[in-house]
Structure formats: C-alpha cells, structure tokens
Design a protein around this ligand. Structure first.
Ligand code: GRF
Length: 222
C-alpha cells in the first residue's frame, strides 16, 4: 500500500462538502481510502466547517483578508484590492506548504486565488482542485445556482451540473476532473435546486478527490 496522500482543505462556510470527505475517509470500507487530512484552512473564523474539522481531529487555521485590505487599501484598483489579494495569497500558500501536502481541495472556498498562491504550490508539485456548482464552460464565479434557477424560471435552461476541476488563474475554467449533470425538470424552488446540487456535490467531491489522491499515491509509490 502506497503512503497516504496528504490533503489540505480550504473552506469558507458550513463545510458540508468537507464533512462528505471526512465521512468518506472513515466509512467502512472507506470510499476515500489512503488519505490523511493535514489541515483545514478557512478565510472566515465563523465558518462552521472549522468545528467539523476539530471534531474530526484535523488541525485548523483561519486566515482573513481584512488585515491585508487595511495594509493595502486600494478599493478603486482593477481588480480591487489586487495588492491585498496577492499578499494574502502569498501568506496562504506559505501556510499550506508548511504541512507539505500532496494536494489541496477547495471545498466551498469562496476566494478567487491569484498566481501568488498558485505558483508556489505548482512549484512544490501540489495539486489544487475545486468544487464548482456548474458544468465546465457554463456558469462561472459565485451565485451559479441562483443564476441557473433564474434562467430555468425564464424557460431558458433545463439542466445545470457540478464539476470538480483543477484550479488555474482563470476562474472555474481549469481542466475538469469529473462532471455530473443535474436535471432541473420538475424543480419547484431555488431551495429544491440547491438540495439537488448539494447532493451531487457531496458524492462528486469524494470521487474527484479520490481520483487525484490515487494519482498522487501512484506517483509517490515509485
Ligand atoms: C457549495 O455549494 C460549493 O459548490 C460552493 O459553496 C458551497 C459550499 O458548501 N462553492 P459547504 O460549505 O461545503 O456546505
């Protein structure tokens, strides 16, 4: 058996997808075998996901953007606060690399990562994957579920989906690892659509993480 893949997780909120990963690694038999969770990092101290991590015995850290916006006040820049974001991302990369993970999973992490984060991790050979509630090449950025619902109500859309993809600087455009369509037929409310998507997310994030963890493990085994 190759050594477990070391996985760090970035979150911003409730952490239901983090919980899906934790449950999959401890189920009998595990549906996410041979992984070690090195750290859960949140950009919000109020994220309930931090409590889920602590309950599961996973070390946690919080790194908020506010002190960086105070150090680099630039609301009018394009994009706004670019210097603050890059300084933040450089520190986030350093925090992640301290644990020498093999891969990072963005599980409901609501920040757009710049090169200041991506480049040091790429140099260290750390894979970065993200969960996104839309299909590749369709809706990008925040609020995709709400936008899909609005288009459905206007009769302009019949389906949406979920993807797990590699993270690049272009938001939600990295190469997809796994995708799954979500049929919207008969959907009566935004809440019902959110439920359908979260259900698919909780299985796809496990399958996506497992696929990359197996690739990592196969590389470290040789
Ligand atoms: C998920 O729907 C994810 O796709 C989106 O944020 C939500 C996070 O949910 N980016 P949780 O914090 O994992 O419950």
């Amino acid at each position: 058996m190759s050594s477990p893949a070391k996985v760090s997780i970035l979150i911003s909120g409730s952490g239901s997808n983090l919980q899906a990963l934790i449950n999959a690694s401890t189920s009998t038999p595990p549906t996410l075998p041979n992984v070690t969770f090195t750290r859960v990092i949140s950009d919000r101290a109020s994220a309930y996901g931090l409590q889920r991590a602590t309950t599961a015995g996973i070390p946690t850290s919080t790194l908020g953007i506010l002190p960086y916006k105070k150090r680099f006040p630039d609301p009018s820049g394009t994009p706004a606060f670019q210097s603050a974001r890059e300084a933040y991302d450089a520190d986030l990369a350093a925090l992640v690399l301290q644990d020498k993970p093999d891969m990072v999973v963005c599980a409901g992490f609501m920040r757009i990562l710049t090169g200041a984060f991506l480049e040091p991790l790429e140099k260290a050979g750390v894979k970065i994957i993200n969960l996104h509630p839309a299909l590749h090449g369709d809706l990008v950025g925040a609020g995709c579920i709400e936008r899909a619902w609005a288009e459905f109500e206007q009769g302009k859309r019949a389906k949406t989906g979920v993807m797990v993809h590699y993270v690049i600087a272009a938001v939600d455009e990295g190469e997809p690892i796994l995708q799954r369509e979500v049929d919207m037929a008969g959907c009566k409310s935004l809440e019902e659509l959110q439920e359908r998507i979260h259900t698919v997310e909780h299985s796809l994030i496990v399958e996506g993480a497992r696929k990359v963890a197996e690739e990592v493990a196969s590389k470290t085994a040789h």
